[in-house]
Design a protein around this ligand. Structure first.
Ligand code: CA
Length: 235
């Protein structure tokens, strides 16, 4: 399973991609412009970006160049234009692969798997070790190093279990974003269903280690019936 950013302005194509990728247990975020895509990759970690070339704000080649300016995340170009010269140019400019629309889900899955394999972000391994290796995640006084699996709060090392670490790192990569419980179960526990108590119990352990409680949250905020978000306190 991978964290996928879909950059596509066509609502119909976008919905179809989101549906198919989610069914294949990937975590998907989607945007409709190149500038939104740049903002997303600057703030969140992705394993692969699927980039439509015909976006309303920036030319595809320009969008790719700007993306490459801030991230080495694998990029698969999705283009309606079967223009060999342009595809070759984009591959030289840092695209990892391409698909000509309309493409099948099977085709997309195969290309994604190949790109992820090359980048060393195999299914379920979490932190990438290849070109997409993640740097430390920072949120307020929290610093999380996904490669060393170490976390600290206000300069003090946190002694976390594997699950607590995964939960904290997953939320910290999306500061301010409410993550639905179903997504947490899928991403942190790798379960497609389960009982809410599992999450609550780990959250309460994690809170204790962060020196906060559900009644007096600092970083971890539970939205009843919706999900959980990590947001640094405003000092
Ligand atoms: Ca388009």
């Amino acid at each position: 399973m991978a964290r996928v950013l879909v950059v596509e302005d066509d609502q119909f194509v976008r919905s179809a991609l989101i549906r198919h990728l989610t069914e294949a247990s990937h975590t998907v975020r989607s945007v409709g412009t190149a500038l939104e895509a740049l903002r997303e990759v600057a703030h969140l970690g992705f394993d692969v970006v699927i980039l439509d070339l015909g976006l309303p704000d920036l030319d595809g080649a320009e969008a790719l160049k700007m993306l490459r300016g801030i991230t080495q995340v694998p990029v698969i170009i999705a283009t309606a234009r079967d223009d060999e010269a342009e595809i070759v140019r984009l591959l030289n400019d840092g695209a990892d692969d391409y698909l000509v629309k309309p493409f099948s889900v099977e085709h997309l899955s195969a290309r994604m798997a190949a790109v992820l394999r090359r980048a060393g972000t195999g299914a379920g391994t979490g932190a990438g070790t290849g070109a997409g290796a993640e740097r430390a995640i920072r949120a307020g006084g929290l610093v999380i190093d996904p490669l060393r699996r170490q976390a600290e709060l206000d300069g003090r090392a946190l002694d976390l279990t594997r699950r607590e670490f995964d939960l904290l790192a997953f939320l910290a990569q999306r500061p301010g974003v409410v993550v639905p419980r179903r997504e947490l179960l899928a991403e942190v526990w790798q379960q497609s269903y389960g009982d809410d108590q599992t999450i609550d119990v780990h959250l309460s352990w994690l809170r204790r280690k962060l020196g906060e409680t559900a009644a007096n949250p600092r970083y971890l905020h539970t939205l009843r019936g919706v999900g959980v978000k990590l947001e640094p306190p405003r000092e």
